[in-house]
Ligand binder design. Structure first.
Ligand SMILES: Cc1cc2nc3c(=O)[nH]c(=O)nc-3n(C[C@H](O)[C@H](O)[C@H](O)COP(=O)(O)O)c2cc1C
Length: 235
């Protein structure tokens, strides 16, 4: 299987990076082909601007999504974006590893999605969820955070992290599910800065086991297009 790891942590010796390295080692040992986009190491530019297009459909007014659509079709996206798109097209499984920043992903990863998940290829019109441009691919999120596990969930002070109203839902459903990928339940490392070395070793081992048993990992429920037939027809 071809795997793309999109990794976003500014410190190469962080625990988050150790999880990334663990994934590369585990998957490679299993015979999978792993490509890593280490966004901080690459100094990936996360800011979507007019400079992303080598040629513009409308030079007077920037409608970013429309320009994405025509530039992709014409092969006029800047090289940094086109390179990442090629990696995504090539991959069967995408793994996103990052520390939770403000209940979300770091800005550099959000910007990677903004610029790389281009309209026209990844989604467009009614090509979303089960009909999204990336159907057939799978996605797995591996995130670390500072809070304790009991702080999340229906009764936790922060509310749900990845449930239907969860704060990671914008990534899991709004981006990865939206473009048609099958999204696994995320792997979360809670309380990472404060746990013992033994607990860290256990977490690395749990992550390795999760990767070895990916075929048994539950996938997240995404909206069924058939439930929204009327909404779709009305527009
Ligand atoms: C800007 C910033 C925002 C953060 N926001 C959260 C947060 O919303 N919830 C949380 O539990 N931890 C939060 N943290 C803590 C990090 O997620 C945590 O330190 C990191 O995942 C630990 O992994 P590492 O040792 O690999 O860096 C935040 C840290 C930073 C620097």
């Amino acid at each position: 299987m071809k795997v793309l790891m999109v990794h976003a942590h500014p410190e190469p010796h962080s625990f988050c990076a150790a999880l990334k390295n663990q994934a590369v080692a585990t998957l490679t040992a299993q015979g999978h082909e792993v490509c890593v986009s280490d966004l901080y190491a690459m100094q990936f530019n996360p800011v979507a601007t007019a400079g992303d297009f080598l040629q513009r459909e409308n030079p007077e007014y920037l409608n970013y999504a429309l320009e994405q659509r025509s530039a992709f079709a014409a092969g006029k996206l800047c090289a940094e974006i086109q390179t990442e798109i090629n990696k995504v097209i090539d991959a069967e499984l995408l793994i996103f590893s990052f520390p939770i920043y403000w209940m979300s992903m770091p800005a550099i990863m959000k910007g990677w999605i903004d610029r790389v998940f281009v309209s026209g290829l990844f989604y467009g019109g009614k090509r979303i969820y089960a009909k999204g441009g990336m159907q057939g691919k799978q996605a797995l999120v591996c995130a670390t955070l500072g809070g304790r596990d009991y702080m999340f969930g229906d009764k936790g002070i922060h509310g749900s992290l990845h449930g239907p109203t969860g704060m990671l839902r914008s990534l899991l459903q709004g981006s990865l599910g939206y473009v048609g990928m099958e999204v696994f339940e995320p792997f979360i490392g809670y309380h990472v800065p404060y746990i013992t070395a033994e607990a860290r070793v256990q977490l690395l081992s749990d992550w390795q086991q999760a990767l070895l048993e990916l075929d048994k990992r539950p996938v997240m429920q995404m909206p069924l297009l058939s439930d929204y037939d009327d909404t779709f027809r009305a527009r």
